[in-house]
Ligand binder design. Structure first.
Ligand code: IDP
Length: 151
């Protein structure tokens, strides 16, 4: 099992899409291991988007990510990191395939509904950045056999 971090961005909160997006991950069969609302600071966003600090839009994305609180989630499943990236779709909502979250709900590269960790290393780092150990819950889902059979 793998755990990954998803952030429902301010555009998702503002557009009243929280339930709909959470539902996508639930219906896929991922287990919600942690979830909270938090208002991201410039400091945590500078760390989170450090790989983009030379880009001209660095300050703009940090501003967009802090217009209101976000929902941070930890989702778990077999191959969850790639599964969630595939569900999220291409970064630019206008290019993202229909059926993906960004493809279905976003018309923008910046306002693209979700952040999703892109590798096991980033997932581990990002989960630590946004959650304490006590905020991640290891309960069992009763439908594991129906989800994975003998995989
Ligand atoms: P990802 O979110 O698909 O992993 P990254 O390249 O890590 O994509 O970029 C992080 C976030 O920065 C994107 O989700 C998007 O909101 C924003 N972003 C990326 N490229 C651009 C751009 O060219 N203009 C404005 N915002 C961008």
């Amino acid at each position: 099992m793998e755990k990954t971090l998803v952030i429902l961005k301010p555009c998702t909160v503002q557009r009243g899409l929280i339930g709909e997006i959470v539902s996508r991950f639930e219906k896929k069969g991922l287990r919600l291991a942690g979830m909270k609302m938090t208002w991201l600071t410039d400091e945590i966003l500078s760390e989170h988007y450090a790989h983009l600090k030379e880009k001209p839009f660095f300050q703009r994305i940090k501003d967009a990510m802090s217009v209101c609180p976000v929902i941070v989630c930890c989702w778990e499943g077999v191959g969850a990191i790639q599964v969630v990236r595939t569900l999220a779709g291409a970064t630019n909502g206008r290019n993202a395939a229909p059926g993906t979250i960004r493809g279905d709900y976003s018309m923008s590269v910046q306002e693209n509904i979700v952040h999703a960790s892109d590798s096991p290393e980033t997932a581990a780092m990002e989960l630590k950045r946004f959650f304490n150990d006590t905020e991640i819950y290891d309960y069992k889902l009763n439908n594991l056999l129906s989800l994975y059979a003998n995989d």
